[in-house]
Design a protein. Structure first.
Lengths: 687, 527
């Protein structure tokens, strides 16, 4: 096998080895084995860099390798079906591999500081390794089956890490919610995969794309092709927390903050975007339109909620959902490279934001601990304020990340966001779906606003408690290091030397949108047409996006820094809208009432049906038979046995009479004997 | 393929070894409990060894099912022959054993679960001698069903299991053991009567001509599969007749009771809750598979017309079992009852897969039979471990066990997530292929069934939360982690669950040929 492929397998199995070693021997290792997991992932990161360079430099077809997993049929007259697992390396997977390995490595380092002294320290690092393994599985797979398998495995690691502090009911609830909500999406994805497999008898991307390109559609129907696409997208809806399955991600913040950075911001939740990017050739124009609208609606919905939250991690969680919606929308409109590029840039700055918030929470905890305060919420931004004076490094990096997510020029976020906005607007000029760019621009403004609201409330202004502020300390180097690295990676130069245009950069160049394989009549607009439309609107979009981002920031500045406008008065003014946003538009309550309670009600009904009706019939028929047998027993006893007994009684009565003969007197017997002898003699003589 | 040890065929050995053990145990004085336990352990270990030899010697390319020549390890002797019965002619009953791809994994499963059950029975202190004697008799019955190729012999083994099971639940069981034992007995017995009726019907309808040109009525299953052997004008002659459908239905119900399929399932929760742990393990691990095995071995090839005619019925019952079983499981407060209902749900997947009459569907179904056997055995052992220590089974009696018993939690997680269908563990593989096969045959039924995996995740995760997560209660603070003996019963099962989840190819290869052949046979009748 190709060396590069072999190396990618090494990156896959290194973290798994770490997991196994830590689970069995971690507790007995020095420092509980944190160095083992961290060094294995670091090695993996270095290898992945080498792989990226090799893959980007290559001009030939993507490398792939596969292994037979199971074989069916094969009798004469019956076709053979071989199920193969395998990996492939193209630009998409090589870039994603580096992203995953990089963030994973940084989070490993950060966690050494953040989780110091934790009850399940070694278990935590083991699970991080397992997550990295499963995530790389998603990245490297060349088929839908393995995608689905690792898809569920990242779900498991997410479950385990959200529930890291499982003594808390809220943590175990959140873990369960995440898994089950994801399962709903996975069920849809599974059905989509079934449709594909039953028709094509293969899971391999290339083979499926090839078959569709040659005009072979599932069940010979365009409708089923669209359906299969949307069903597979359901998996992304779950994993990337898109409406209507977005409810699990904010609760997932119950996990340790570095986990939120790695899994619930940078990588796993982006797997949905990766899936859509991977399956892009298979989506029909209708399926893509659904995807675009789901993404846009999610982006807007999450942004309206993020605006009013006070928990530092919850704000970031909602902003993650919103940004994921952005990426999904970008893929839906056909801005493939832009969507995926945003995944990459977002991974860096959002992981940075989460690690930054982790640093803040870490410092707050330490300060509160010193004050013997166990009631104040260490994550509520209303309890913070003015932290920049005590945590300059955290503040500086946090500012860079916030600028990046707001889409200010010279940051990485500007590059990718600008491309998405341009793509969305271009799409609407081709199709007339003007709602999409409208939402996209509104969300861009809202993002800048609520992110600066967060930054100002946390780091600027008056401290909530001056004494506490004096106890706040900057984080140790092992935590600061990752922040600095991520801050550097939020600058444009790593992605494109032109600060105002991504399209000339290496990343954008490496990401060539794959050609659609669906029949032309139902395919999305071809790349040349789309690209021309993008070029037409690009300058306009750039100006607009800068204006909107800056005004969002300015508005936040006016409200929260200058307090020229009162936030409280605005909240009162918004009335119901404010309440709705504060309460996440009541989705949790709705789902609890309809789905959770509905299911529980149904389980109780079914159980009662089982006990009363089915078992009732069983026990009833048993009772019936017992009744019948009692009747037949009575008949038996009274009549049949009566007859038998009657005969016995008659015989007995005769016997009673006859016994009188038995007197016990020898003379009587002699008389009878002589008499009998005479009778016999007489009879003999007669004959 | 034949293989003999001391002049006796390996299948006879594997079937009757437990009976030998039983006789030995009867000779051991009852006070000598350890000798009795060790005898049972040695006998069942030898069985595992024999099962391993069978797998090693097994020819994966042999067809089996209805093809006499390609059955393996065959032993065929005339057992009962009656010359010149009025109006019928010569009749014969065979001692006819043999295996193919359909039965080979079931033999491994039976031997394995029997051994695990013995290890788990170590803690039984009540009437040890009687317990193990009955236990070994039960094992012979189960093993016999999987290797018998004569309907009469099959029926005898089938009924032989009933008696020890009745006593094992009725004597060593929980509070409502008598009710549960009688319920189990009557349910299964009704099934047995139906089977007997069909068996007699087949017997009078089927006759083969031997080398001497004599017509002989036989219970030989393979002769019953050959349409040419049906006597003209007999009750089950022809195809798609009312009588054949009726026979199909009767036989189906008799097997469906064992599976158990909705609506014939209510004996199962009671029997499981009342049975002692090792018996629950046997019951869920092996006994339930006899139903689906019987369908594939007897119902499908002998009455293929009925099978094709009723395939939607089977699929719908499978679908209902999947969803209904999962919902009922979620409603339980009793850990053991929850697992009992989850068995109904998981066996529904077997039914759905095999109803599809597709290659992947049937392979998935048989693999699911094996996987469910190992996974559910683990789950019942998990309940048993807690019950041994606390004498409680309520899901609300625990919490925070994860911190107190880490090794126990580790194996429990493997079993729980395997039951949930997590990829990388064996349950996923068989569910995957069952669903894939089913989807090829029934689109909407399968789509509805797939939603069952959401409910499954619901009740499994909720159970994990209630038992393992949260704060440890004061009274559970003294709970000890797994002993070496307990680890011994979990570890082999966990290894199998993981190995088959990661790479199922070899297991599938064992049965692929036979099941492909079965599908091919059925395809003639598919409209």
């Amino acid at each position: 096998m190709d060396t590069i492929l072999l190396l990618s397998l090494v990156t896959l199995f290194l973290p798994l080895a770490g997991f196994i070693l830590l689970v069995f021997f971690g507790k007995r290792m020095p420092r509980q084995g944190d160095w083992l997991g961290t060094s294995l992932v670091t090695a993996g990161f270095l290898i992945s860099l080498y792989i990226l360079v090799a893959v980007l430099g290559a001009t030939d077809a993507p490398r792939s390798a596969s292994w037979t997993w199971a074989r069916f049929g094969g009798l004469p007259g019956l076709g053979e079906v071989t199920i193969q697992l395998g990996i492939m390396l193209d630009n998409l997977s090589a870039i994603m591999l580096v992203v995953v390995m990089l963030i994973s490595m940084l989070v490993h380092f950060f966690s050494i500081g953040y989780l110091e002294g934790d009850v399940r320290y070694t278990r935590y690092f083991a699970y991080l390794g397992f997550f990295t393994f499963s995530m790389i599985g998603i990245v490297l797979t060349h088929n839908l089956l393995m995608m689905y398998m690792f898809w569920e495995l990242v779900g498991l690691s997410s479950y385990l890490l959200i529930g890291h502090w499982y003594e808390k009911k809220s943590a175990s609830n959140a873990a369960m919610k995440a898994f089950i909500v994801n399962r709903v999406g996975d069920a849809g994805m599974f059905i989509g995969i079934m449709i594909i497999f039953i028709h094509f008898s293969t899971f391999s991307f290339d083979a499926i794309f090839g078959a569709v390109a040659s005009g072979d559609l599932p069940f010979e129907s365009r409708g089923w092709l669209t359906a299969a696409g949307i069903l597979i997208f359901c998996g992304a809806v779950g994993k990337s927390a898109q409406f209507p399955l977005h409810v699990w991600l904010p609760d997932a913040m119950e996990g340790p903050t570095p986990v939120s950075a790695l899994i619930h911001a940078a990588t796993m939740v982006a797997a949905g975007v990766f899936l859509v990017a991977r399956m892009f050739p298979l989506f029909t124009a209708d399926a893509l339109l659904v995807i675009a609208y789901v993404g846009a609606f999610t982006a807007l919905l999450a942004a309206t909620i993020a605006i009013t939250q006070y928990d530092i991690k919850k704000v970031l969680a909602w902003s993650t959902i919103s940004q994921l919606g952005y990426m999904i929308m970008a893929l839906g409109v056909g801005a493939w490279a832009a969507g995926f590029m945003h995944l990459v840039t977002h991974a860096a700055f959002k992981a940075g934001l989460f690690l930054g918030s982790g640093a803040v929470i870490y410092a707050m905890h330490a300060a509160l601990h010193q004050q013997h305060d166990h009631h104040t919420d260490a994550q509520d931004i209303r309890n913070m304020g003015g932290l920049r004076s005590r945590m300059p490094l955290t503040y500086g990096t946090f500012l860079v990340f916030t600028l990046a997510i707001s889409g200010i020029p010279l940051t990485s976020g500007f590059l990718s966001k600008d491309e998405i906005l341009a793509g969305t607007l271009a799409f609407s000029t081709l199709n007339g779906h003007y709602l999409l760019p409208l939402i996209a621009f509104i969300v861009a403004g809202m993002t800048a606003f609520y992110m600066f609201r967060l930054l100002i409330l946390t780091f600027h202004g008056e401290p909530a408690d001056g004494k506490r502020l004096s106890l706040i300390r900057e984080v140790p180097a092992v935590m600061a290091g990752p922040l600095l690295v991520l801050a550097a990676l939020s600058v444009f130069v790593f992605y494109s030397f032109n600060p105002l245009g991504a399209s000339s950069g290496w990343l954008y160049q490496a990401l060539e949108r794959p050609a659609s394989v669906v029949p032309e009549a139902i395919a999305p607009a071809a790349w040349p047409i789309f690209y021309r439309a993008v070029s037409d609107v690009h300058t306009l979009v750039m100006i607009l996006s800068i204006v909107i981002a800056v005004s969002g920031i300015a508005f936040a500045w006016v409200v929260y820094e200058r307090k020229t406008l009162s936030a409280d008065r605005m909240a009162v003014f918004m009335g119901r809208l404010y309440d709705g946003s504060r309460n996440k538009w009541y989705f949790d309550e709705l789902y609890q009432a309809v789905f959770v309670n509905g299911t529980l009600l149904m389980t109780r009904l079914m159980n009662r049906f089982d006990n009363r009706v089915i078992d009732g019939i069983v026990n009833g028929s048993a009772g019936l038979i017992r009744g019948v047998s009692r009747v037949s027993g009575w008949i038996d006893h009274t009549f049949i046995d009566g007859l038998v007994n009657a005969m016995a009684n008659v015989t007995g009565a005769i016997g009673m009479r006859m016994r009188r003969i038995q007197t016990g007197n020898i003379q009587n017997y002699l008389v009878f004997a002589v008499f009998g002898f005479l009778v016999l003699l007489f009879l003999l003589l007669l004959v | 393929m034949e293989f003999e040890i001391f002049g006796i065929g390996i299948l006879t050995w594997i079937v009757f070894l437990p009976i030998v053990g039983m006789l030995l145990i009867l000779l051991i004085p009852g006070e000598n409990k350890d000798a009795i336990r060790w005898t049972a352990a040695v006998v069942t270990s030898l069985q595992v060894l024999l099962a391993g030899m069978i797998v090693a010697l097994f020819d994966k390319s042999a067809l089996g099912i209805n093809d006499t020549a390609s059955f393996q390890f065959v032993e065929q002797y005339r057992w009962i022959v009656v010359e010149a019965v009025p109006r019928v002619g010569k009749i014969e009953i065979l001692y006819f054993l043999g295996i193919d791809g359909l039965s080979v994994l079931m033999i491994v499963l039976t031997a394995l679960i029997a051994l695990i059950g013995v290890i788990s029975s170590w803690s039984i202190e009540k009437m040890v001698k009687g317990y193990f004697a009955l236990y070994l008799m039960l094992v012979t019955g189960m093993m016999g069903v999987f290797v018998a190729l004569d309907f009469f012999l099959f029926f005898i083994f089938w009924e032989v299991m009933l008696l020890p099971m009745y006593f094992l639940i009725g004597i060593w069981g929980g509070a409502r053991r008598e009710y549960a034992a009688i319920k189990f007995f009557i349910y299964t017995f009704v099934g047995g009567v139906l089977m007997l009726l069909v068996m007699l019907g087949l017997y009078f309808s089927v006759a083969y001509t031997d080398a001497a040109g004599e017509r002989i009525h036989t219970f030989n299953l393979l002769h019953m599969m050959n349409p040419a052997n049906y006597v003209e004008g007999s009750i089950l002659a022809g195809l798609d007749t009312t009588w054949r459908y009726a026979a199909w239905m009767a036989l189906f119900i008799s097997f469906a009771i064992k599976v158990p399929l909705f609506p014939f399932h209510t004996w199962l929760p009671d029997a499981h809750v009342e049975a002692p742990t090792p018996i629950s393990v046997i019951l869920a691990g092996v006994l339930l598979k006899l139903g689906t095995y019987g369908m594939l071995r007897i119902l499908y090839p002998i009455l293929p017309d009925g099978t094709v005619y009723f395939m939607y019925l089977m699929a719908v019952l499978g679908m209902i079992s999947i969803i209904y079983g999962a919902l009922c499981a979620m409603a339980q407060d009793d850990f053991k009852k929850l697992i009992a209902y989850s068995s109904i749900s998981h066996m529904g997947i077997v039914m759905l897969g095999m109803a599809s009459l597709t290659n992947q569907g049937t392979v998935g179904a048989v693999l699911q039979m094996f996987n469910h056997g190992t996974i559910t055995a683990m789950l019942f052992l998990i309940v048993g471990v807690l019950y041994d220590r606390t004498h409680k089974r309520g899901l609300y009696d625990f919490g925070g066990i994860a911190n107190q018993m880490p090794r126990y939690t580790g194996v429990a997680m493997v079993a729980m997530f395997a039951a949930l269908g997590l990829p990388g563990l064996s349950g996923f593989v068989s569910e995957l292929f069952s669903f894939l096969g089913a989807f090829a045959a029934f689109r909407w039924i399968t789509i509805i069934s797939v939603t069952g995996i959401i409910f499954t995740a619901g009740y499994i995760l909720w159970t994990i939360q209630r038992v393992f997560l949260g704060e440890l209660s004061e009274e559970n603070k003294g709970l000890a982690d797994l002993t070496p003996r307990e680890l011994l019963m979990f570890v082999p099962l966990a290894i199998i669950v993981i190995a088959l989840g990661v790479y199922p190819g070899p297991a599938i290869a064992l049965m692929n040929t036979s099941l492909s052949h079965l599908v091919e046979l059925m395809s003639v009748f598919t409209r």
